[in-house]
Design a protein around this ligand. Sequence first.
Ligand code: MLT
Length: 412
Amino acid sequence: MAYLNAHYLKLKAGYLFPEIARRVKAFAEQHPDVAPRIVRCGIGDVTEPLPPACIAALHKAVDEMARRETFRGYGPEQGYEFLRAAIAENDFRARGLEVADDEVFVSDGSKCDCGNILDILGHQNTVAIPDPVYPVYVDTNVMAGHTGPADESGAYAGLRYLPCTPANQFVPEPPREPVDVIYLCSPNNPTGAVATRAQLQAWVEYALKHQSLILFDAAYEAYIADPALPRSIYEIPGARECAIEFRSFSKNGGFTGVRCAYTVVPKSLLAMDDQGQRRPLHPLWNRRMATKFNGVSYVVQRAAEALYTPEGKAQVRQLIDHYMGNARILREGLQDSGLTVYGGQNAPYLWVKTPAGWNSWQAFDALLQQIQVVVTPGSGFGAQGEGYFRVSSFNSRANAEEAARRFRQMKW
Ligand code: MLT
C-alpha cells in the first residue's frame, strides 16, 4: 500500500493563478462575442521580449553547444562561476555589501527556492507569514506538514499571520512573541509596499534577538526607484547572521519563461540542531542543491550573465521603465474611477480597495463581466486581502492604456 502526503489534502482549492485562468476561460467560452476584448492584468507575467544583450548571449552559447570543443554537459549544481561572480560583484559588492561568490546559488526560479528552502529547516519551527502574501510561502508550508487545517477564511492553524493593512502601510511589524522563521517580501507581492530601512532594521534586530531566520524575497528589487529604500536585506547590519535572500531574473530581465534566479545563503548564518548546537545552513543548502538539482542550463546562465554587461543593464532599465510607466497609467485610470490605490510606485503591483460592499471575487467578476479586464482577487493572497484586488503592470503599453480607459468606465 502506498500512502499519499495527506498534508496536500489540506490545501485550499487550486493554486490562485490556475484558478483565475479557469474562471477566465469559462467566461470566454460563455461569451465568445466579447472574449477577444479580454485584457489580462492578473498574473504578474512579463510581456516584453528579452533584452537584446541576452539574445546575443543565447545565440553565442547555443553555437558553443554545437561544437565538440566548447560543448558543455552537466554544470556545477550551484551555478557556473562566471554567473555567481557577476551576481556577487554587481548586485552586492559594487553596492558595498559583503557577499562571496560561493554564497550565491543559481537556480531555475525563486518560487522553487522559496519552497525548497524548507528542506533544510526543522519541522519544529514556528513560522510567521505576512497576510496578504505570495501564496507559495503558505502552500509550501502546508505541503511540508507545518500547519493544521485551514479555517473558512483560508487561515491555516499553526501559522503565525502578520496582518498587513493600511494602518501599517502593508509592512508587517515584528510580533511580541518569538517566532523561528519569518517570510518577508519587499517590494511586496501583492501589495506593492516597500519596507523602509527602519522597518527592515526592526526585523533584523528581532531576528538576532530571537535567533530567528528571515527568508527575504527580493524578486522585485529592481523596481525600487527611491534610493532611500533598501534593495537587499544585507544593507541592514547583522542581516548576514539572520537572513537568506531570494532574487530572480524573471521580473528584471524578463526571464519568466527562460527560468533563472538565485538565492544567497551567507556562511555566517546559523540555525539550531536537535542537540541545541548552532550550525551553518550554507553546507546544508549546498548539499541539497548537489543532491536534488543539476543546475540551470549553460545557455540560460550565459543569458543571465549578459544582464550585467553595460548594454544589459541599460536594457533592463528600459524594461523596468516600461512596466513602471504602465503602473502609472493603470493607477491613474483606477483613481479616476474613484478607487483607492496603493503600491505601484517602487513596485509593479497596484493594490486596490474594492468599493464599499464588494468582496474581492465580486470585484473580479464585475471587472471581467463589465469591462473584460482580469485582475487578481486580493482574498486569494490571504484573509487580510479580502476587500482588495491586485492589478499587475506587466503588460504591453497598449493593453495598459486600454485597461486604464476601461477602469474609468466601470460602474460599481
Ligand atoms: C504573480 O503574479 O504573483 C507572480 O507571477 C507569481 C510568480 O512570480 O510566481
